[in-house]
Write a protein that binds this ligand. Structure first.
Ligand code: AMP
Length: 143
């Protein structure tokens, strides 16, 4: 399988499709997941193209996981979470549905289970509100 430049995350990175952006730098883009498995579910994607973790240039991992840590702390603060689940799927058999490397960040509250992966579309206003909470937390936690 070759990398497809027209996958949905590639289009989001190019700005061809809208997203609820929460963070961006020269290496990564982060935005809200439209079918959240829990309130506050967001994604971090490297801007450089790879299908998944296995074919990525290892140089992407430092800026990618640095951003995951940074945003993970903001998500934990924004949702007063007890914990953070990080997920990353490689290949259809593993549950991957968008074939551009991405990392899921999910705030976890004790006793609240995850909804199904790729389940139901969230209300746009809730996505916006949650994006705002995370953007504010990033500002609040800035050194
Ligand atoms: P995966 O199944 O690990 O490939 O994850 C893909 C994720 O992308 C799923 O959680 C989807 O809900 C999410 N998703 C798909 N399309 C969009 C989109 N246009 N904007 C934001 N999230 C999306």
């Amino acid at each position: 399988m070759d990398y497809d430049n027209n996958n949905i995350f590639s289009k989001i990175i190019r700005g061809d499709i809208q997203c609820e952006k929460i963070f961006e730098n020269e290496h990564v883009l982060s935005f809200m997941d439209i079918m959240p498995q829990v309130n506050g579910h967001c994604l971090v994607v490297p801007k450089s193209p790879s299908i998944g973790l296995l074919d990525a240039d290892p140089a992407v991992f430092a800026p990618l996981f640095s951003a995951v840590q940074h945003i993970g702390n903001a998500v934990k603060f924004a949702f007063n979470a007890d914990g953070i689940t990080i997920m990353q799927f490689n290949g259809e058999a593993a549950g991957q549905t968008v074939f551009h490397l991405h990392v899921h960040i999910l705030p976890r509250i004790t006793g609240i289970p995850l909804k199904p992966h790729n389940g139901t579309m969230e209300d746009v206003e809730i996505i916006k509100k949650n994006g705002n909470l995370i953007r504010n937390a990033l500002i609040r936690l800035a050194p």
